[in-house]
Design a protein around this ligand. Structure first.
Ligand code: ME8
Length: 497
């Protein structure tokens, strides 16, 4: 069985509701899942929720309710938003589900039996906000809040044992950590001796977690539990056939905040288990508001629900994908959102559709004209249209989504210019066949543009394809069918005033 395309997002903490940052990673995964499905790959797209640990317990305590009840109440906030954003995930995992708890306990026992878990008394500095022991150096960096001295017996995973194996793997698999500068950051981190990982929390201090199978007084450290979600959902220890068809994952998409846990903790856990590593961990940058990170704790978040209500889902998806250069930070401003919408979507894309359909309705009874012998300028567009999918697909596969979108919009702008220069609205009076060629060519360019943009804007592009009376997402030139009638449609992207 050939291996499919398996893509994951982080599983989000249910300590608060989702915001643009969490929506961003999920939309990005959705775009890549849709793109790969269109390319004919079997695809598994996973997202979900991280429901254990201190942050969630604290949120429940604050609300004075049972943590499970808190999780059950928070989960729909995420699933409702994903539905509203047209997220096409195939699975949704919650770490409090039985299937996951079983896998985590199985793995803990296996790693214990391997001899990779030991018990030790540890005294050190503990960051409550990060939920982990930190080094003196980290404490001095000022990046950690709520630091206290703790002395307790815990269980440790022999992470240090796999340091060399991890360095070798990163060096011989250049795509394992992307982008390049994040790989270098991890290699830099691995120049220092790697500590072992404390993977337990005494119930006396924190009881909201998965119980250790070998000591009922302890729960599992939230990260050791959470990372395992990626193999639980792929069928690990449930169905070998299913697991082998999805694992190793094609991409773990994450924000740069959780790079170390994914690029160091997770691979060493997999080494201990003898399970292959994911093919790629891709860390994107921050959405910033002004100069600070948009985050729940700072309170400067933009609520995606409000944006969607005001401007529609697809423009929000478009803006997020177009504006961020993957791997770098990006600034979210309402001004740039509106500018992007009006210039790319209303002026370039929506305008081309309304021009083409209005002219076909007025002069050809709404029936798509048959292309005949093409002029040089018609053929120039056709040539570009034949080359475009190759260029776009390569950029998408190379995780250069903003460049891929720019190529498509550049093409649409070229077609608008071609319309201006050839003025089919004038030409139709003298040479109806030549004007028909132009309208067919421009209509086909729109169809192709919509097909290529469909992973990014699944909804509005479907409206456009319906208006042109075409089915499917065929990327080859010439699939617009002459003789078919145009369908009525709503204005695609009305200008924002
Ligand atoms: O870290 N810009 O969950 P979390 C871009 N449960 N992306 C952002 C963002 C911003 N301003 N803010 C958040 C956790 N994100 C763990 C993950 S995985 C096994 C466990 C996105 O709710 C980004 O993807 O804090 C980041 O990594 C993630 O939300 C953190 O979500």
């Amino acid at each position: 069985m050939s291996k499919g395309f398996y893509i994951t997002t982080p599983i989000y903490y249910v300590n608060d509701k989702p915001h643009i940052g969490t929506a961003y990673t999920t939309i990005l995964a959705d775009v890549l899942a849709r793109f790969n499905r269109d390319a004919g790959s079997d695809t598994l797209f996973l997202t979900g929720l991280d429901e254990h640990g201190q942050k969630v317990q604290e949120a429940a305590v604050e609300r004075n309710i049972d943590p499970q009840k808190h999780c059950d109440e928070m989960a729909p906030r995420f699933t409702d938003l994903w539905e509203k954003l047209h997220i096409s995930n195939d699975d949704f995992i919650r770490t409090t589900e039985e299937r996951h708890k079983k896998v985590v306990q199985f793995i803990l026992q296996r790693v214990m039996d391997n001899g990779d878990i030991y018990e030790a008394e540890y005294e050190g500095l503990y960051s409550v906000s990060e939920e982990r022991f930190i080094t003196e150096k980290e404490a001095e960096s000022g990046e950690f809040r709520d630091i206290k001295k703790l002395k307790e017996k815990n269980y440790f995973f022999k992470m240090s044992k796999y340091q060399k194996q991890l360095i070798d793997h990163i060096q011989s698999n250049p795509k394992f950590i992307q982008p390049e500068h994040r790989k270098n950051e991890i290699l830099g981190f691995l120049r220092q001796p790697l500590n072992d990982l404390c993977i337990s929390r005494p119930k006396s201090r924190l009881n909201w977690g998965i119980e250790l199978p070998f000591d009922k007084d302890y729960v599992t450290y939230v990260w050791f539990d959470a990372l395992i979600n990626y193999i639980t959902a792929a069928g690990f220890n449930q169905s070998t056939k299913q697991f082998n068809s999805w694992w190793p994952a094609s991409y773990h998409l994450i924000g740069k905040d959780i790079l170390t846990t994914h690029a160091v903790y997770w691979p060493t856990m997999l080494f201990s288990l003898g399970i292959p590593l994911p093919l790629s961990i891709f860390a994107h940058g921050w959405w910033l508001m002004g100069d600070s990170k948009m985050s729940k704790s700072i309170g400067n978040v933009i609520n995606p629900m409000d944006l969607i209500d005001d401007y529609g889902v697809d423009p929000v998806r478009y803006y997020l994908m177009r504006e961020m250069v993957l791997g770098h930070d990006s600034n979210f401003t309402m001004n740039s959102f509106i500018q992007r919408y009006n210039s790319d979507l209303a002026n370039d894309f929506g305008n081309l559709l309304s021009r083409v359909t209005t002219l076909i309705k007025k002069n050809y009874d709404g029936v798509i004209p048959e292309p005949g012998s093409l002029s040089d300028s018609d053929m120039a567009i056709e040539k570009k249209g034949k080359e475009l999918p190759g260029v776009v697909n390569e950029l998408m596969n190379g995780m250069r989504l903003n460049d891929a979108i720019e190529e498509i919009m550049q093409f649409i702008r070229t077609v608008n210019k071609y319309m201006e220069e050839n003025a089919p609205w004038k030409m139709v009076k003298e040479d109806k066949a030549a004007a028909g060629n132009i309208l067919y060519t421009a209509g086909e360019a729109l169809r192709l543009g919509a097909v290529l943009l469909s992973p990014i804007m699944p909804n509005r592009t479907a409206t456009l394809l319906d208006a042109l009376n075409v089915e499917g997402h065929d990327q080859s030139w010439g699939r617009l069918e002459p003789g078919r009638s145009l369908e009525d449609h709503e204005p695609l992207f009305p200008r924002i005033k």
